[in-house]
Every structure is written in structure tokens, then in C-alpha cells.
Design a protein around this ligand. Structure first.
Ligand SMILES: Cc1cc2nc3c(=O)[nH]c(=O)nc-3n(C[C@H](O)[C@H](O)[C@H](O)COP(=O)(O)O)c2cc1C
Length: 206
């Protein structure tokens, strides 16, 4: 390239390109380095600190929890037991029945240390023998819900909410318990409309 005018143009083009690359790189690093929100600081539009906590053996309650959290914001925690329940349905129902009769709560892998920072706690569970699954009963029994708003959501195969509302009130004395949502297990993943209406009715939508 002998023509100086052309080489000047080419050089300017090169400088422009290098500057553009630099600007993009700086922007990218700024985005990547943005601090993650501190745990427990997530709020919904109403300024309340919200936690969605649930247990799910086969995924239905997990699906419903995801839809609820998308609607209310805040943090979400899936409770997991140290020893998983049997995969076979019959074996799991037998174990669950024994645990319910003995009022036994299985150890959790990831219990929540404190719920102090939350105002509203959505508690999700499959219905087991007409009430909350044992891992969720253990979570409820392990914390003080005084002054909190607690909202149950349930997946089931016919029992609806069962005894869960009454059991929740007994396990969370001093809490305000709002009307729960019950969804058939197979429909949990497509319950967006039901969830939206329910959140509106309890005035907790985002
Ligand atoms: C141990 C056990 C007990 C159950 N008891 C009931 C019950 O009493 N009533 C009912 O409608 N469904 C009952 N079910 C069905 C579950 O509640 C339902 O399939 C639920 O959607 C499973 O949720 P998950 O996929 O989040 O584990 C039971 C299931 C299991 C494994």
C-alpha cells in the first residue's frame, strides 16, 4: 500500500477497530464483574423479602415452585434429604407412612440456617398421606415463624390441600397463614394462569 492517503485511512480504520474492541471488552468485564445480589436481599415489587422453599420427590412441586418464584421474585431453595426416598412409588409411600406415624423428620442436606430476613415464605410440598411431606414438616418444625406470612402450595393426585392448612397453622404458631394453592401433579408445569390468579387473590403478585 504505497498511497499515503490510503494507508492513513487504513491506519485510522485499524485504530477505530482496536478502540471498539477495547470498549466492548471493558463493557463485558463490567457486566461480568457486577456483584451478585446478596443472599436474602431479594425482594418482590411490594418491597417484601420473599423465600420460596419446597421439597419435590418427582419434580411436580419443583415445577410449581418455579412458576411461583417467577411471579413473586425473591430467593428459592429446594430441600433435599440426606438419604433420598425410594424411587419405587409403593416403597416410598410405605416409608412415608411409617415416618408420619412416628412424627419423624428425615435429616436435610441443605436446611436453611435462618429465615429471620424473610417477610413472606412460600412453602411447597407434594401431599403425602394427606399432609406435607416429611422433609417439609421437618423444615416447618425447625424454625420460628412468628410474625412471618406463610403461604403453602401443594401438588397432589386427588387430595387437594388435604389437612395441610390445619397442619401448617399448628406447625407455625404466630404466623399469618394465607390460603394455599393445590394443583394436580401432572398439571403443575403448566399452572401459570392458576398461579397468577391465586397470587392476585392473596395480593402477593409482583
Ligand atoms: C409417599 C407418597 C404419599 C402420597 N400421598 C398422597 C395423598 O395422600 N393424596 C394425594 O392426592 N396424592 C398423594 N401422593 C401423590 C403426590 O402427592 C403427587 O404425585 C405429587 O404431585 C408428587 O409431587 P413431586 O413430584 O413434587 O414429588 C403421594 C405420593 C407419595 C410418594
Amino acid at each position: 500500500m504505497n498511497n499515503p492517503a490510503e494507508s492513513e485511512k487504513a491506519e485510522k480504520k485499524g485504530v477505530f477497530k482496536r478502540n471498539l474492541v477495547k470498549m466492548l471488552a471493558v463493557g463485558f468485564i463490567a457486566v461480568m464483574a457486577a456483584p451478585a445480589p446478596p443472599a436474602g436481599a431479594a425482594t418482590n415489587a411490594g418491597g417484601k423479602k420473599v423465600l420460596t422453599v419446597f421439597y419435590s420427590r418427582t419434580g411436580n412441586t419443583r415445577d410449581l415452585a418455579g412458576i411461583i418464584q417467577a411471579g413473586v421474585g425473591g430467593d428459592i431453595v429446594e430441600l433435599e434429604t440426606v438419604d433420598p426416598y425410594p424411587e419405587a412409588y409403593r416403597a416410598s409411600t410405605e416409608q412415608a407412612k411409617k415416618e408420619l406415624e412416628a412424627n419423624y423428620f428425615p435429616p436435610l442436606k441443605n436446611g436453611i440456617e435462618s429465615i429471620a430476613q424473610y417477610d413472606v415464605i412460600f412453602v411447597g410440598s407434594p401431599i403425602w398421606w394427606g399432609t406435607f411431606a416429611a422433609p417439609v414438616r421437618g423444615f416447618l418444625a425447625g424454625h420460628d415463624f412468628t410474625g412471618k406470612t406463610v403461604v403453602p402450595f401443594i401438588t397432589h393426585e386427588g387430595s387437594g390441600l388435604g389437612k395441610s392448612m390445619a397442619d401448617l397453622k399448628a406447625l407455625c404458631p404466630g404466623a399469618t397463614v394465607l390460603p394455599g394453592l393445590a394443583v394436580r401433579g401432572g398439571r403443575a408445569g403448566s399452572a401459570q394462569n392458576e398461579v397468577a390468579e391465586w397470587l392476585k387473590s392473596i395480593r402477593l403478585g409482583d
